[in-house]
Design a protein around this ligand. Structure first.
Ligand SMILES: Cc1ncc(COP(=O)(O)O)c(C=O)c1O
Ligand SMILES: N[C@@H](CCOP(=O)(O)O)C(=O)O
Length: 431
């Protein structure tokens, strides 16, 4: 598959080059040149297919021919070595748990898939690749874990100081080896801007091969489409009118769901559920797209004021506002509403949700008011214990710590403080 830049000022490129570059030279995001819908029988016979078979059939067109099918099968098997259960809450609402991976956030799949693709592309050369990542909380930990010890790859993670949870910070600052963490005095958007600026800096790109492990990288973004197929496999026999409520920040996840829809997944609608960072909610109400500085909330991984992937979403729907509105609704919720939702989910359904999942639940409720016949699946994108302070305060109960979390708790944080792009550049050049 070839990819084109959404800024349309750079040459089209292969999957391999798109993964190694991350962002196109014109600063555009890469987008697949074509998408062939999957054979209908795949959806008809989905019960007979395993998760790895479904994932293989869905992604192979995007990575061929650079990743041979036998290699792809191994990459997928290693990537998907944990479960993706759907838990029903009532007749109209289920949750898809995406936190059973090593860092207990949905980013694990994309990070593990991309690390293995890059490892494969790098196996025969000695060129060192530097992976730059901006994180508002979860991407950093997942990328640190997924890329730890990958030959020929150094990872530099930028995170906003004081704006990630304690456990998230431990996950991204304690692994050592080829993983370095930079603590930025600023917001997630500042981190993301610095990363994007580095890709354009010829002094840097002349001396090192830089790539991104944020969802701007197609190998990080596209595997997220698996989740929607896995949910369908578990629900299709019970519910016909399935909609997904996706807690959204950088909009990579909901956009991956839309790719699954383009591949033929019978899903009738998407809901982008937001916290107070609501540029897309406002766009759908006003047709004005106005990025804003991000606001700090208790669903911190969604504190994004200028979501990278919105441009891909517009491309999927041919930049038509009407088509977009037919396929996407968006709602925004305050921290107080999110806390009430955590409480409600616990008291009504005896289920402990994290603040991001709780925003997704609220999105379901808002949508179901207008569409009572739908079955809404909200994505539970991180494990509640990653946000221990908030969750325990709301449900007033101590939560047991899963092994993955206990493992990092006692480790020592190592980070380097920076405030400006110049400091990032100096760090990269002196490394
Ligand atoms: C727990 C959690 N929920 C939701 C999101 C938002 O996902 P996206 O950036 O793909 O919109 C993130 C971060 O990406 C996250 O870590
Ligand atoms: N919410 C993310 C922000 C970055 O999103 P990405 O999907 O583009 O990596 C985080 O947790 O870091």
């Amino acid at each position: 598959m070839n990819y084109y830049s959404l800024n349309k000022l750079a040459p089209n490129t292969s999957f391999k080059e798109a993964v190694i570059k991350g962002l196109a030279p014109d600063r555009g995001l890469y987008f697949p040149e074509s998408m062939t819908p999957l054979d209908k029988t795949i959806f008809e016979n989905i019960d007979d297919l395993s998760y790895t078979e479904i994932a293989f059939l869905a992604i192979k067109q995007f990575v061929a021919p650079e990743i041979p099918e036998t290699v792809l099968k191994t990459i997928i098997e290693e990537t998907l070595s944990f479960d993706f259960p759907v838990v029903p809450l009532n007749e109209n609402i289920s949750t898809l748990e995406l936190f059973h991976g090593p860092t207990m956030a949905f980013k694990d799949v994309g990070a593990r898939f991309m690390a293995r693709c890059l490892g494969y592309f790098n196996k025969d050369n000695n060129n060192l690749v530097t992976v730059l990542v901006a994180t508002s909380g979860d991407t950093g930990g997942a990328v640190a874990n997924g890329f730890l010890g990958v030959k020929g790859v150094n990872v530099v993670i930028l995170y906003p100081s004081g704006k990630v949870s304690d456990i998230q910070e431990k996950q991204l600052t304690t692994l050592g080896q080829n993983i370095k963490a930079l603590e930025v005095q600023g917001t997630f958007d500042d981190c993301q801007d610095m990363v994007k600026r580095a890709f354009l800096d010829e002094q840097l790109t002349g001396q090192m091969q830089l790539t991104s492990a944020n969802s701007i990288n197609v190998a990080r973004w596209l595997p997220q489409l698996f989740y929607f197929l896995f949910a369908y496999k578990q629900l299709h026999y019970k519910h016909k009118n399935i909609v997904f409520s996706v807690p959204s920040g950088n909009f990579g996840n909901v956009c991956a769901g839309m790719i699954a829809q383009q591949l033929g997944l019978p899903v009738s609608h998407f809901i982008a559920s937001n916290n107070e960072n609501k540029v897309v909610t406002e766009f759908l109400n006003t047709q004005l797209y106005q990025p804003k500085p991000s606001i700090q909330t208790i669903s911190n991984a969604m504190d994004v004021g200028n979501p990278s992937n919105f441009i891909r979403i517009q491309e999927i729907y041919n930049n038509s506002f009407e088509t977009l509105k037919d396929n996407l609704s968006s709602y925004s919720f305050s921290d107080a509403e999110t806390k009430s939702a955590i409480k409600e989910i616990y008291t009504k359904f005896n289920y402990v949700a994290d603040p991001h999942g709780a925003v997704g639940y609220l999105g379901c409720k808002a949508y179901l008011k207008q569409h009572p016949d739908a079955h809404c699946v909200f994505l539970e994108t991180a494990h509640p214990t990653k946000f221990l302070d908030v969750v325990e305060e709301v449900i007033k109960e101590k939560q047991p710590l899963p092994d993955q979390i206990q493992e990092v708790m006692g480790k020592e944080k190592v980070s380097f403080k920076i405030s400006t792009y110049e400091e990032l550049k100096a760090f990269l050049l002196n490394k």
